[in-house]
Write a protein that binds this ligand. Structure first.
Ligand code: DGY
Length: 322
């Protein structure tokens, strides 16, 4: 008998076809997010649950008995939406999809950096509103990117990909904070300097890009005090997780112009974006597009397929996080 699996949202069609061939698959044709009650029922009825980063899986959705699920194969690299302790206690293995979204997420982070520096969002809004009155020497002047300093918080795969784009493409100087020491060839060829504290990086950088995981450990890692350590003409870019930044403190700083701007692809309570943030011209806001390319979304789905296949064939799963 094929393992019974449930996919909580629409996945790329090609991946859904492969899942349907290999497993007894329940798809979500309507793409309507499952309620907590439906998620709880999924754990009682399916051998594997395939959620994604917009599903919330706190301890309360894990049933205490009669559990059928042995694997959560998450579509996404981030897993802070899953209570790993609750899954561990119930003997459920959890996998994610690392590696395949590195470049595309770094591309979006760099797009935010450029959009902030060169005010492209503002420019487009002005033009589409019919408010552009023509070229003049003082019109919408921004900030030059080449040669500036980029600070990276979290020098993992995506942090390094962002740093490479900045250093090799735009001659930027790279400084970074990472909890563990990083001294590998990639970092050395960029001449990137690891600094002892986050505040050191914030104080030295013209642009700061966040690439650390979300979850309790990093909640409000960038708080009002940290934001206060940034340069007045500094920009903050977040493609990691919304809860890494104290969103209210950031909005205060943007409103008072104590920093120059922020580029955000992630928010504290997605898909809610505070009205105060929407009103700000010095914020560039994207709807969590980091991994949103056809190629990457298919690759993420195929990673989940590999994890499922390995697990149900009794082989070790490559991307096990719990
Ligand atoms: C992830 O995989 O965690 C990303 O946030 C999705 O783009």
């Amino acid at each position: 008998m094929k393992p019974r699996i449930i996919v909580t949202r629409r996945w790329p069609a090609v991946v859904e076809r492969i899942l349907a061939e290999r497993f007894d698959t329940t798809l979500n044709a309507g793409d309507i997010p499952l309620t907590p009650t439906q998620l709880k029922a999924a754990f009682l009825n399916f051998d594997a649950v395939l959620p994604t980063v917009s599903d919330q899986l706190p301890a309360s959705v894990f049933p205490d008995r009669d559990l059928c699920t042995k694997l959560i194969a998450n579509f996404g690299v981030g897993f802070s939406h899953i209570d790993l302790e609750a899954s561990r206690q119930r003997g459920i293995v959890v996998t994610n999809t690392p590696g395949v979204l590195t470049d595309c997420t770094a591309d979006i982070a760099f797009s935010l950096l450029l959009a902030l520096a060169r005010r492209t969002g503002e420019g487009e809004r002005q033009l589409r509103a019919g408010e552009w009155t023509g070229w003049c020497p003082t019109h919408m002047t921004g900030t030059k990117v080449s040669g500036k300093t980029l600070g990276i918080i979290g020098m993992g795969r995506i942090g390094k990909a962002m740093a490479k784009r900045a250093h090799f493409g735009f001659d930027m100087k790279i400084v970074f904070f990472n909890r563990s020491r990083i001294d590998d060839d990639e970092v050395r060829t960029m001449g990137a300097t690891q600094l002892p504290t986050i505040e050191d990086v914030l104080a030295e950088s013209d642009f700061v890009s966040l690439h650390c995981p979300g979850g309790a450990e990093n909640r409000h890692l960038i708080d009002a005090r940290c934001i206060g350590a940034m340069k007045r003409n500094g920009f903050l870019i977040n493609t990691a997780r919304g809860d890494v930044v104290d969103q209210d403190a950031l909005i205060d700083a943007l409103e008072s112009r104590s920093i120059a701007g922020a580029g955000l692809d992630v928010f504290a309570e997605e898909p809610l974006v505070p009205e105060r943030l929407m009103r700000l011209e010095n914020a560039v806001l994207l709807p969590h597009l980091g991994s949103a390319t056809e190629e990457t979304r298919v690759a993420m789905g195929m990673k989940a397929v590999e994890n499922l296949t390995a697990f149900f064939e009794g082989r070790p799963t490559l991307d096990r996080v719990a």
